[in-house]
Design a binder for this molecule. Structure first.
Ligand SMILES: [Zn+2]
Length: 508
């Protein structure tokens, strides 16, 4: 039974748009999921790196997770995201490493900043609209300190450094329950934090009304974000370890500076990356893997798939078996896309559209929207795509043809392709990396092999048959070395690009 009127109406209802007020986001400030109420131009501040070493994949996973959320907001919910990220290019760690290498700290920081940008590009992370170095914002930092000084929230320590007096700011502790206040050697409270660090010999420094020095860490984010967004930021993100004290301090000094109750509307944090037994990847534990090391063994798509398989808030386990799962899921998508193309290129379906199948696909598409609107649930979304692929795999015949209409194959292909593309999976990377000339050569080779194989299978001579099939297997294995995977059925063969190798986690 087919009703083409209903069919066309089902197809015309396909849309990625939705009411943006339907989006729920987990706000670390209220510890609940809240409706995302922002203007179409969404102002987002991301805490960026301290550039004193190569980026490791623990940090990279945070930036990938926020990149995925940014893409979801833009691609599914029609927000225009204006994103600003800081670069901490003056800091104790930078100064200490530069001293050890006998080089200029700002020069060292600039080199690692360049490497950071290369790394986020290689992971297909969208660059923020503004990348701001703290050393370019010294006047803005001093302006905020002066303002806080005038409000009697700042005091000077014995060495000339300036501290924010948390005991005088009544709302300190609004994001997290802060630890107990205990006496401190040179601060009024252990919770007080440096706004301006008095200079020491050999360190980069800038003049100020309170003597030469450099900005404290927390004030730089407040100064840069306030410069671009003023007294209200829609989303402020960072790794969960930044929740306290960094973000509590940022919120405190900005509420005081702007005279507002709330500076940031939504605080969002990503979980850590673990390398087994609940061990966080960190430079201090010397268990890091750099982005460049990762990409020797896995593709950016495979690592991004690992990030998509759990909620961004959760800790992420990185090891051989979790990467095997991620690689397997991505392979499922790659195979499905390759099969769809093989079907559409080689097969004229005589099937007419099945209204039940079209309706099922529309339901899956709607469920994807519902899940993404629920605090960006990408893992359930991938499960929905896998469900869709399972439905089609049941319709798959031995010759890579689907036992359904071309229209249905196109709709399923579009849904898988568009969803993965919206998450930043670079499909041109995995499937279409070869140029047209290479693809033509591979097509000719695989087709020739398929015809030869058919002749062998039809041959009555067992000896000749085994010889030719062995040659075909050898060619298949040699193509696999070049990352071209050939898959045979009883009547034909298809191919796809695929690169899977393993990485050793260095836990020295
Ligand atoms: Zn920050």
């Amino acid at each position: 039974m087919r009703n083409f009127g209903v069919l066309s109406s089902l197809l015309s209802n396909r849309s990625f748009s939705t009411n943006k007020s339907n989006v729920l986001v987990y706000n670390c400030k209220t510890k609940t999921k809240e409706p995302l109420k922002c203007n179409k131009l969404l102002r987002w501040y991301v805490c960026g790196p301290t550039v004193y070493d190569s980026m490791h994949i623990g940090h990279a996973s945070c930036y990938i997770k926020f990149d995925i959320i940014r893409r979801i907001l833009e691609n599914y919910f029609q927000f225009s995201v204006f994103q600003v990220m800081n670069i901490t290019n003056v800091d104790d760690k930078i100064i200490s490493k530069a001293r050890a290498l006998n080089t200029d700290p700002l020069h060292l920081a600039r080199n690692y900043e360049v490497e950071f940008i290369e790394d986020i590009d290689s992971l297909n992370i969208k660059q923020p609209d503004i990348i701001a170095r703290v050393t370019d914002f010294i006047p803005q930092v001093l302006n905020i300190i002066q303002n806080l000084f005038n409000k009697d929230l700042v005091y000077s320590a014995a060495d000339g450094s300036l501290f924010f007096d948390t005991t005088k700011f009544k709302k300190y502790g609004k994001i997290v329950k802060v630890p107990e206040v205990i006496p401190h050697m040179f601060k009024r409270s252990n919770l007080d934090f440096a706004l301006w660090k008095a200079t020491k010999p050999g360190e980069p420094s800038w003049d100020s009304p309170w003597g030469a020095g450099r900005p404290g860490w927390h004030i730089e984010c407040s100064a840069i974000a306030s410069h671009y967004f003023g007294s209200s930021v829609d989303i402020h993100s960072g790794g969960i370890d930044l929740l306290f004290p960094h973000h509590e301090n940022e919120e405190a000094q900005c509420c005081a500076y702007h005279n507002v109750d709330d500076w940031v509307k939504y605080w969002i944090h990503s979980g850590h990356l673990h390398v087994g037994d609940n061990i966080k990847m960190s430079k201090s534990l010397m268990n890091t893997i750099s982005v460049k090391e990762l990409l020797k063994s896995y593709t950016a798509n495979q690592f991004r798939t690992l990030c998509l398989l759990s909620n961004y808030k959760n800790d992420l386990e990185f090891n051989e078996s979790t990467m095997d799962v991620a690689c397997g899921v991505l392979k499922k998508f790659d195979c499905f896309i390759a099969n769809c193309y093989a079907h559409l290129n080689n097969y004229n379906s005589k099937h007419t559209p099945d209204i039940t199948l079209i309706k099922k696909m529309n339901d899956i598409e709607n469920d994807i929207l519902i899940n993404l609107a629920d605090n960006f649930n990408t893992s359930k979304t991938l499960n929905l795509l896998i469900e869709l692929i399972s439905i089609f795999n049941k319709l798959l015949t031995v010759d890579f043809n689907f036992n359904c209409s071309n229209l249905e194959v196109i709709q399923a292909l579009n849904l898988v392709f568009k969803t993965l593309d919206s998450f930043g999976i670079n499909l041109t990377d995995s499937k279409f990396k070869s140029d047209a000339e290479n693809i033509s050569i591979i097509n000719t080779t695989v087709n020739f092999r398929a015809k030869l194989r058919q002749l062998a299978l039809q041959s009555k001579s067992d000896v000749r048959k085994q010889d030719i099939l062995k040659l075909c297997d050898t060619l298949r294995d040699e193509l696999a070395v070049a990352n071209i995977i050939v898959q045979d059925s009883s009547k034909s063969s298809i191919w796809r690009h695929e690169k899977v190798t393993k990485i050793q986690v260095n836990e020295n």
